[in-house]
Design a protein around this ligand. Structure first.
Ligand SMILES: [Zn+2]
Length: 411
């Protein structure tokens, strides 16, 4: 990418115009977010939320509105050859007990400048911010060489990156950079740890439970394996920004026959990764420890079914990623922030995983995060977003592509 920091030339009139438009759109943006919250959209069941998003993308004047094979909601502004992809997901995590919620999860409530509701912080406010960032861009009509594609993504909660992978690999969208509107509290994020599920299996010999000495108990064989897996903590790959990788045994499974000696036992391990770890390196590191104990390690296939009926099963592996601190996409983020708020942006990394696991971790597409939502409310009964920050985020999304075009030049 040709990149020149000095090319950024944003006059104050433009900033004022973006502010006015963002304020003008505050009401429709908030109404759209409220509608999204009213629509339950657990992973794989996003169809009504996708349809609602397509309506909004039409109403803001997108040049093209469509869904891909995986059922992501998509809208494009501009006809430039290069593409900036705005990504935020429409699926939410599931409510375990709504009686813990101060307000009903699917009934958005506004108190002061705070909007409460399921998915407000993860990630429906992000969807509203990118849709209205694009709406402002459409009104400004300043893009020449750049198109912006807005993606209301599916499948992120259970299988982050799978919906985005399908858009890029199956439907052929080729973004030059990806902006993720996940929770950052208006700071810039440049990466996160990865995660991987690993299963370890022991094999025994089943006999009637009244004669256990004639069999081989797979659960007993697993006991030292669990200890060995746990003791790997502390010597897993480390990283200067992310610290040590971790792993923890999260599930134990076996035959559901209480009066037989179990002939198999399988544990699930949640492993958190630093950038650079691969499926092979992870399995090998665990296999080395469990093989002498007679066990076998492997990465399971995660079943993923889109709301369109497309089967997207794949290994339960979500690599970590980290953009260089002064990568052009991060620098453009800093310039955008500085131009709007006249102070330097905070640049950090996420604790949780996002669709960036595919865009940056697998496809190596320059990726950064910026969102209005705040991480402490994600997946909690206090799920909420500050509406002033929502408007601020829309401004950022409106200006970023303009500065991107200035700083990277036409090709
Ligand atoms: Zn999220």
């Amino acid at each position: 990418m040709v990149f020149n920091l000095m090319n950024a030339n944003v006059d104050q009139d433009l900033i004022e115009k973006i502010k006015q438009l963002a304020d003008f759109y505050r009401k429709p943006m908030t109404d759209f977010l409220g509608d999204l919250i009213r629509i339950q959209s657990y992973t794989g069941q996003e169809k009504p939320a996708v349809e609602r998003t397509l309506l909004e993308l039409q109403s803001i004047g997108c040049d093209e509105v469509w869904t891909d094979q995986a059922g992501n909601a998509l809208g494009r502004i501009g006809n430039g050859k290069r593409t900036i992809l705005f990504n935020a997901h429409l699926d939410t995590n599931e409510v375990s007990d709504s009686s813990n919620w101060p307000h009903p999860p699917l009934d958005p409530v506004i108190e002061g400048n705070i909007l409460y509701g399921l998915g407000a912080s993860d990630c429906k406010a992000g969807v509203a911010a990118i849709v209205y960032g694009a709406a402002i861009l459409k009104r400004l009509n300043l893009l020449n060489d750049i198109s912006v594609v807005v993606m209301g993504a599916t499948l992120e909660e259970d299988a982050e990156g799978f919906g985005l992978r399908s858009l890029i690999e199956r439907d052929g969208l080729k973004p030059d950079c990806v902006l993720l509107a996940e929770a950052t509290n208006l700071t810039i994020r440049r990466g996160h740890r990865g995660r991987c599920e690993v299963h370890v299996r022991t094999q025994g010999k089943s006999v009637h439970a009244s004669t256990p000495h004639l069999g081989e108990n797979a659960i007993l064989k697993m006991a030292p394996v669990i200890e060995a897996v746990e003791s790997m903590n502390g010597s897993l790959p480390a990283h200067p920004i992310f610290g040590n990788g971790t792993q923890v045994v999260t599930l134990v499974n076996g035959p559901h026959t209480p009066n037989s000696v179990p002939d198999w036992c399988e544990i699930a391990i949640d492993r958190r990764l630093v950038p650079g770890e691969t499926q092979e390196s992870i399995v090998e590191s665990i296999q080395t420890v469990v093989e002498p104990l007679g066990a076998k390690a492997f990465i399971p296939i995660q079943p993923v079914l889109s709301h369109t009926g497309l089967q997207l099963d794949g290994p339960s592996f979500y690599p970590g990623w980290l953009m260089e601190e002064y990568d052009p996409v991060i620098e453009i983020g800093r310039a955008t922030y500085q131009a709007i708020w006249k102070k330097p942006a905070v640049v950090d990394v996420w604790k949780f995983s996002t669709d960036g696991t595919y865009s940056a971790g697998v496809a190596k597409i320059p990726t950064m995060g910026f969102g209005p939502q705040e991480e402490p409310y994600v997946h909690t009964a206090q799920d909420q977003v500050n509406l002033d920050k929502l408007v601020d985020a829309a401004m950022f999304y409106a200006l970023y592509p303009i500065i991107y075009e200035q700083m990277t030049g036409a090709k």
